[in-house]
Design a protein around this ligand. Structure first.
Ligand code: NAD
Ligand code: MG
Length: 383
């Protein structure tokens, strides 16, 4: 208990869905918050800075930084901007919760790994675009990477039921999203408002759309592959509508170990902060009689081609995963701005992967160059 309370955390993306829930956990556990970062939400950052008194508040833009400096002039908080500010924030504590959306999380995560910080990893895009490089760096520097994504936290916990070489399969559960059961031809007129209504989770806009297209599950297959050093063939996606089983591990004797709980991100967030210990949490107890039943289905890859594309891309060691990830980020943004239809997200991302996927992504610099090309490719065609 003592050692957990002494933990000092940096929260990258503290104004988002995971970020705000991380601060709730920090308050509940009595942890010190060393740094927080946001993007444009200056008012909320000011409020968080006043409540948690971090040493550093960082934002990418100079204008937002200037505004924050004025707002926090009566406090000792240092306001930083740019990539350097984000990296300084990432290494300010002993643990960093990477709750930024998208590729923007890559460089600060690498900075924290080099300083041997514990990475509580929410930002799955980091592993999708550069998983080989990030995990190799974590091994080299001895930095722990503890998953925050609920499925990966469940897999991480279930892995304790056997030895690594006894693992036969990872069963990655998916809620199926709001359009479960629909056919692709019926999805043409889906609006952003409809796609933003997830049945079980309240999350940031980008991941909510990714859940509706099931690209999120594809990104999670790649994330799991890197986190647990398994091949994509060892990961099976199982649609489980109730989101009570958060994922499972099947061992060589066909025993399946699962982690269950109410769908509440504060459970995996807290576990990443307290691991290897457990403490009482803010999440509600599961009531199984109330849940009543649990159902399971195979995913429909024709209706959700983004998942198929991600599964095909997962094993590639060229730039395909990075291109897919970046193209998807922009395609989702364009869908939200009504410049692409819902099925158009897949079409755009598949075109980018076909055109640019064979490039090289052996270093962080290469990866970021491919990422930028993919964004440009989508914008030129559709924006
Ligand atoms: P969100 O949109 O609610 O929050 C994103 C945060 O990142 C905000 O603080 C925002 O200010 C910041 N940000 C966005 N773009 C930025 C940029 N270019 N530079 C610096 N900061 C930037 O997103 P979220 O739902 O909290 O998701 C965050 C990450 O966690 C994503 O990678 C997502 O896939 C992952 N994740 C989220 C959930 C969830 O339940 N929300 C679950 C699992 C994984
Ligand atoms: Mg998840």
């Amino acid at each position: 208990m003592e050692d957990i309370i002494k933990r000092k955390i940096s929260v990258l993306g503290s104004t988002g869905s995971i970020g705000t829930q991380t601060l709730e956990c920090a308050a509940h556990l009595g942890l010190t918050v060393s740094a927080i970062t946001g993007n444009r939400n200056v008012r909320l950052l000011e409020e968080q800075a006043r409540r948690f008194r971090p040493g550093i508040v960082a934002v990418p833009g100079d204008a937002e930084a200037a505004e924050l400096k004025t707002a926090l002039a009566d406090t000792p908080v240092r306001v930083l901007s740019g990539e350097g500010g984000l990296e300084e924030a990432a290494v300010a504590g002993d643990t960093v919760v990477t709750a930024i959306m998208g590729t923007a999380g890559l460089l600060p995560t690498m900075a924290a790994i080099k300083e041997k910080k514990r990475i509580a990893l929410a930002n799955k895009e980091t592993l999708v675009c550069a998983g080989h490089i990030v995990m190799a760096a974590a091994r080299e520097h001895g930095a722990e990477v503890i998953p925050v994504d609920s499925e990966h936290s469940a897999i991480f916990q279930s892995m304790a039921g056997g030895r690594k070489n006894e693992v036969k399969r990872i069963l990655l559960t998916a809620s199926g999203g709001p359009f479960f059961g629909m056919k692709r031809e019926d999805m043409v007129d889906i609006t952003p408002e409809q796609a933003l209504k997830h049945p079980n989770w309240t999350m940031g806009a980008k991941i909510t759309i990714d859940s509706a297209t099931m690209m999120n599950k594809g990104l999670e297959v790649i994330e799991a592959m890197h986190l647990f050093s398994v091949t994509p063939e060892m990961i099976k996606v199982v649609v489980h509508r109730q989101s009570i089983i958060h994922s499972m591990v099947q061992f060589c004797d066909n025993t399946v170990i699962a982690q269950l709980g109410t769908p509440d991100m504060r459970t995996p967030i807290q576990y990443a902060l307290t691991y290897p210990r457990r403490l009482p949490s803010l999440a509600a107890e599961p009531d199984f009689a109330d849940i009543g039943g649990m159902t399971f289905f195979d995913p429909d890859l024709d209706a959700f081609p983004c998942l198929r594309l991600a599964l095909e891309t997962a094993g590639r060691t060229d730039a395909a995963p990075a291109v897919m990830n970046a193209a998807n980020e922009v395609a989702v943004e364009l869908f939200l701005r009504k410049k692409l239809s819902f099925p158009g997200i897949y079409d755009a991302v598949a075109q980018a992967v076909a055109a640019l996927g064979a490039g090289s992504a052996d270093t962080i610099e290469d990866t970021l160059a491919r990422d930028a090309e993919a964004r440009e490719f989508i914008r030129r065609r559709y924006d």
